[in-house]
Write a protein that binds this ligand. Structure first.
Ligand code: AHQ
Length: 243
């Protein structure tokens, strides 16, 4: 006979508690609070530091369609795949859309990077590579609903995108405004994606164990986004830049 204390482990959280636990993960650890983003949004980054961030984030952007294809390859439900596949189109592009990866390359050119140095990942920092590769490996190996849970960092992205666009327009006027097209697209894509993912995670993670795995997946993703910025902060802010 289980004691009340033991049985509480088996009791799923009510939907509102599950949701507030997911939101608390981002409230505490989403990378909008990272010192590097604080410097960026306050207009305190110079050209080289911004170039470093754009070049390193390109590796993350280039791996988004790969991780989403990994999730699709693990998901047996056609109706869910039909929706999720849009994320790949958003990044790789389609007949009527150059796609997010191309838009990020335009951002790179707008901050003075050459396409080839982004495509070759010439500036990729070890810490960024390993954080991004960990994300792809996670999405390849975790159950599809847990891998989808890790994308819920996008619940917190629109506020950051708006702050970023305003910061670039105010503090970095030398960045050609067509370079901001990527961020503007995310203002609608991210909420659309996170609405779908959140509804699915709340609906399918019915056991306490799956709920705890979903919360842990979101924490894992917040930490990998944070680790990427740690690597960039060390390389471009804390380490004296030799000309
Ligand atoms: O540009 C971003 C993007 O395409 C995605 C996909 C999504 C996912 O599936 O994990 N997460 C994400 C994010 C993007 N931009 C980040 C930023 O700060 O510019 C935020 C990041 C996220 O919130 O997960």
């Amino acid at each position: 006979m289980k004691t009340p204390a033991e049985s509480s482990f088996a009791v799923p959280w009510p939907a509102d508690e599950f949701l507030s636990r997911l939101r608390a993960v981002g409230g505490h650890g989403y990378h909008d609070k990272h010192p590097f983003h604080a410097l960026m949004n306050a207009g305190k980054l110079n050209r080289e530091q911004l170039q470093g961030w754009v070049a390193n984030r390109f590796y993350y952007q280039s791996r988004i369609p790969i991780k989403d294809a990994a999730i699709l390859s693990n998901c047996p439900e056609r109706d869910l795949r039909r929706v999720w596949i849009q994320r790949i189109r958003d990044h790789d592009g389609a007949a009527d859309d150059i796609g997010g990866i191309e838009k990020w390359l335009l951002l790179g050119e707008a901050v003075g990077l050459l396409r080839q140095e982004m495509l070759s990942h010439a500036r990729l920092l070890p810490g960024v590579r390993y954080a991004v590769d960990a994300y792809v490996a996670f999405c390849r190996t975790q159950p599809w609903i847990i891998a989808m849970s890790s994308s819920l960092t996008e619940l917190f992205a629109p506020a950051l995108m708006s702050k970023r666009i305003a910061a670039f327009e105010k503090h970095y006027p030398w960045v050609k405004k067509e370079g901001l097209g990527y961020f503007r697209a995310r203002l609608t894509q991210a909420p659309r994606d996170s609405d779908f993912a959140l509804r699915l995670v709340l609906e399918r993670c019915r056991s306490r164990d799956l709920q705890e795995q979903a919360v842990a997946a979101l924490k894992f993703k917040c930490e990998l986004l944070w680790a990427m910025l740690d690597a960039m902060h060390l390389a471009y802010v804390l380490t004296p830049q030799t000309k």
